[in-house]
Design a protein around this ligand. Sequence first.
Ligand SMILES: Nc1ncnc2c1ncn2[C@@H]1O[C@H](COP(=O)(O)OP(=O)(O)O)[C@@H](O)[C@H]1O
Ligand SMILES: [Mg+2]
Length: 313
Amino acid sequence: MANTHSPVGEHIEQATLLQGEFDPLTHTPVHLLELKDVAKHYGNIIALRDVTMVVDTGRVTCVLGDNGAGKSTLIKIIAGLHQHDAGTFSIMGAERKLNSPREALDAGIAAVYQDLAVVSLMPIWRNFFLGSEITKGWGPFKSMDVEKMKQVTKGELAAMGIDLRDVEQPIGQLSGGERQCVAIARAVHFGAKVLILDEPTAALGVKQSGVVLRYILQARDRGLGVIFITHNPHHAFPVGDRFLLLKRGKSIGYYDKKDITIDELTSQMAGGAELAELAHELEQAGGHPEVLAEVNAEVAEVSEAGASGKHSA
Ligand SMILES: Nc1ncnc2c1ncn2[C@@H]1O[C@H](COP(=O)(O)OP(=O)(O)O)[C@@H](O)[C@H]1O
Ligand SMILES: [Mg+2]
């Protein structure tokens, strides 16, 4: 299926590019997105360094890390809001630096942010088409094709397995999880190839998180390359194909699913080793017994969570 006749420098058609295709010139796999040793600093703060990851069609790449780990900085580079200042960022095998979110969208990269920009009182279908309304008629007779937009909204939501009785209801009446899902369906409808989800489950309960995780898999199955940002390994592991772990702006690991277990992912994320060390230091320093007990309890909880794979908040 690879376009082996593509001459040097010719643009590779996105639609023809499938998982596992090879660049005809270099005979290396072509990825939807590829970052190599990417770094970014703000003044003298190094927000990100040594980040290497790929995004492929039909695959979910998870980015894990605590607050300040550099997750937002990373997605801002991919979504065209910021530019990296070291390393390379390639889209379909071509090195790029994106100057605006518009450029990212044109390259098929859509981001769904945690604080969704929705107009709560407007119907679901209006939010779905906000800024890209379908019209009918011409000149002074031009008007919004409401029926068509309702129909498309319903169809796209159904295709994602989302069953909403009424697309006329205000989007504000939907749960947080459902709103995320509408945003995902919207990105898919408007042609996204890469879907970035910034902590879509962070503010949700267990059940709602499950709903969003299912739609992440739906998007994957529709052939999108998904970047799923989260600090919860229990959300990442079941849906992810690859895992990038960030800590204080640095990549501390990048794993294929077959090379890591949920326990390892959890303990890396929770910093179990660091906590144990802290408890030890406190003990040496004759720490306050109450504080010590608290840290020890935390260590126990972390290792228990790692061992049983239970949900941690
Ligand atoms: N616009 C900015 N100016 C200066 N420092 C920033 C800016 N954005 C992020 N940082 C710093 O970069 C680091 C990574 O932040 P961020 O990417 O927001 O992490 P995360 O999303 O994982 O919480 C933090 O130390 C943060 O303070
Ligand atoms: Mg962030």
